[in-house]
Design a protein around this ligand. Sequence first.
Ligand code: GLA
Length: 386
Amino acid sequence: MFEHIRSQFAATFGDDNELQVVMAPGRVNLIGEYTDFNEGFVFPMTVDRGVYVGIRARDDQRVRVKSIRFGELIDYRLDDFEKPEPGHWSCYVLGVVEELRLLGLVPNGFDAVIDGNLNLGVGLSSSAALETATALALQSLFGFEMSRVDVATLCQRVEHSYANVMCGIMDQFASGLGRSNHALLLDCRTLSQVNIRTNLDEYRIVIISSEVKRELASSAYNERRSQCKEGVALFKRCDPNMASLRDVSPDLFDAYGDQLSEVVFRRCRHVITENARVLDASAALAAGELPQFGRLMTASHNSLRNDFEVSCDELDYLVDIASGTEGVLGSRMTGAGFGGCIVTLIHKDATEVLKAKLAAYTERFGLNPEMFVLNRNLEAGNVVGI
Ligand code: GLA
């Protein structure tokens, strides 16, 4: 990718003198869905693909950013910023630039090209990777101090105020703080993290994209958020110390849960049981108990399908195919759902069998799922050419 970015930069801006290239990876969440904005636990890891930014400082206030993927160039002056349309690729980039500028950290303009090998809109957090790569590229260029935790929260803010997506903190954390050969156990309340080695032995993490675009996602996402809030309001009446579903113990839930509406009851049950599953699963992975880890993944999927209702026929079908394959220890949808990807823990010798079985999916839904085995996972940072 370095060479590609270098040549794209030279083709766009004339030469590649003093070019810096920075990459931030996408993520796959192993377990812990819809727990982040409930101040709970998540357990994502980075993938082997990411977003790359080639950048060079200018000595004036002009900013030129070219997206190779979209074939578009944005050209403006730092002091003449206008919010791009939410959801347009440039809102993630310019949102980061503007937030950093407001902190006094972007003293002058720059030229940049952006490209990557991460599929867009399939639930692998391409937008978080784009935000993170932009922030780290500017940090590398202007040399300011900012912790990766602060980078992640700044990028989340951009998602909220420039893309109008009220996401939690998981994706930006995973992209900026995920380490190679590790998954990241994150406490979304305290933001404390533990990197847990992914000792998978003969097993592999496999990602399969359903190729269903998540059109429903943002309205359904916000609806789930408010249903969780409704749940918290009830438990707060029982105990004023309850600040989020994170605080609701299974016992408290058993005692008072029946006062919730049927739907909110199931939403809360998902979050409360999912938090427990994340802690069990990360402990199981750390102890090398892969069958237990796999069982928890599958339990998570069932809870997301039945209680939280964010799966869809295509994801369920893929999880069923995977779960019915010998050598698979567990499988689940990953990310916000309503399309996107599934993640599966599978014996390395069984991956080809699983791949062959995907023909049935194509026949049923007319979609060509992409499957990839995660043989390595990347860390965000500067990329050097070879
Ligand atoms: C999206 C959001 C995350 C998280 C997941 C669901 O990926 O960006 O913050 O809420 O959905 O777990």
